[in-house]
Design a protein around this ligand. Structure first.
Ligand code: G3I
Length: 352
């Protein structure tokens, strides 16, 4: 076995083992694959039912915004870990693990970062951020979204990467640098490249999967420490899952010793039927197709939804329904009642 694969394998196993920690809540038997949810810091403090739901169903949590640049970096020389520390405390009190999201992204950047100019300055800013933030949680956060949404919206030929501060100043090498800095800061953590719109039937979805494979292959050829691809899984309910396309994508990653996980699962129901039962059934069907397509090629290391209750979801920010009814993208409804989507998650996480 080549050194690279041995090292890669043992690190990924260590990270995988860390993610397998069963929740302390005896009521819910431990899942074979950890399930988790994105968490809003304000609701965590203000809503006891929200805390109970997270503790009852989750083995993992991830801050929806608490570890993004616009929260952590009020200025160039300050780091604010209040939100990250708060969620980690909740997680550890409830026998859960916390994932990190996200180290490098084009969005949620504070205004001062627009003054970062040139390759040296960008490399310095990237290194300082990643070393400090990953270092803050070394040994306590088993998995990080290192790079988020690096692929162009509609990749064509050589234009397959999304323009952003990092690409403009450092070139495509920013991606490798980010992974290497994260691995230096915590050699045991699962390092993830996270992407959206790689799940469904259609030319653009296929182009995005192929562009992401190109990035991963390039990183592996350079022995860069990338361990997994995150399917964000923000599914649009009207789009069919490309089961064949997803399974072969996951199989190609597995052949490169790269795992997969689902990081931000929800189903955008803007164009789904008004009838709630019909809508919930379509949503459960889409998620079944996605999780089956992934699982047919490799076992995901975790499945997380981008929120646990319809009470707190980003979806209406952009996708309110014409009939005015509330969106229903998540596993629990606004009153924390179980929906068919949670049953699908139970099945695929092999809840005993
Ligand atoms: O906290 C402020 C509040 O003080 C202010 O009054 C309010 C009005 O401007 O804004 C609040 O901040 C908002 C924040 O969510 C907290 O609710 C930001 O404006 C808003 O941009 C931010 O949106 C988040 C978005 O990422 C950008 O960070 C969404 O909640 C979050 O669900 C979304 O999550 C992303 C993932 O990180 C990456 N994948 C896609 C996913 C959905 O867009």
């Amino acid at each position: 076995m080549r050194r690279r694969d041995f090292v890669q394998g043992s690190l990924a196993v260590a990270a995988h083992a860390a993610l397998q920690m069963p929740a302390a809540n005896a009521a819910a038997p431990p899942r074979q694959i950890p399930y988790g949810s994105a968490v809003r810091g304000d609701a965590l403090v203000d809503d006891p039912a929200y805390r109970t739901a997270l503790a009852d169903y989750c083995q993992l949590v991830v801050p929806e915004g608490g570890l993004k640049w616009d929260t952590v970096r009020p200025s160039e020389d300050r780091f604010d870990f209040y939100e990250g520390d708060k969620l980690l405390a909740f997680a550890e009190q409830n026998g859960m693990k916390m994932r990190g999201h996200t180290l490098i992204w084009y969005a949620a950047m504070p205004d001062w970062t627009s003054s970062i100019r040139g390759g040296k300055a960008a490399e310095k800013a990237l290194t300082k951020h990643i070393r400090t933030v990953v270092g803050q949680y070394k040994g306590r956060v088993p998995s990080w979204d290192v790079i988020n949404e690096a692929i162009a919206e509609d990749p064509r030929g050589s234009d397959y990467l999304r323009p952003n501060l990092w690409l403009e100043n450092m070139g495509k090498g920013y991606i490798e640098s980010a992974f290497r800095q994260a691995a230096e800061a915590d050699p045991k953590v699962q390092l993830v490249i996270n992407e959206y719109d790689i799940e469904c039937v259609g030319e653009q979805f296929k182009n995005r999967r192929n562009a992401l494979l190109r990035v991963v292959r390039d990183l592996r050829d350079r022995d860069a420490p990338i361990h997994a691809v995150g399917f964000q899984g923000h599914l649009k309910g009207e789009h069919e899952i490309d089961k064949e396309g997803v399974s072969s994508f996951v199989a190609e990653l597995k052949a490169m010793n790269v795992d997969v996980l689902v990081t931000e699962l929800d189903v955008i129901d803007k164009f789904l039927p008004s009838d709630e039962k019909q809508r919930d059934d379509v949503i459960a069907g889409r998620v079944t197709d996605l999780l089956q397509a992934i699982s047919d090629a490799n076992r995901p290391t975790a499945i997380l939804t981008w929120g646990i209750s319809d009470r707190y979801t980003w979806v209406p920010m952009y996708f309110t329904r014409d009939d005015g009814s509330p969106n229903r993208p998540l596993p629990l409804d606004r009153d924390y009642k179980v929906k068919p989507l949670m049953k699908v998650i139970d099945r695929f996480t092999a809840r005993v």
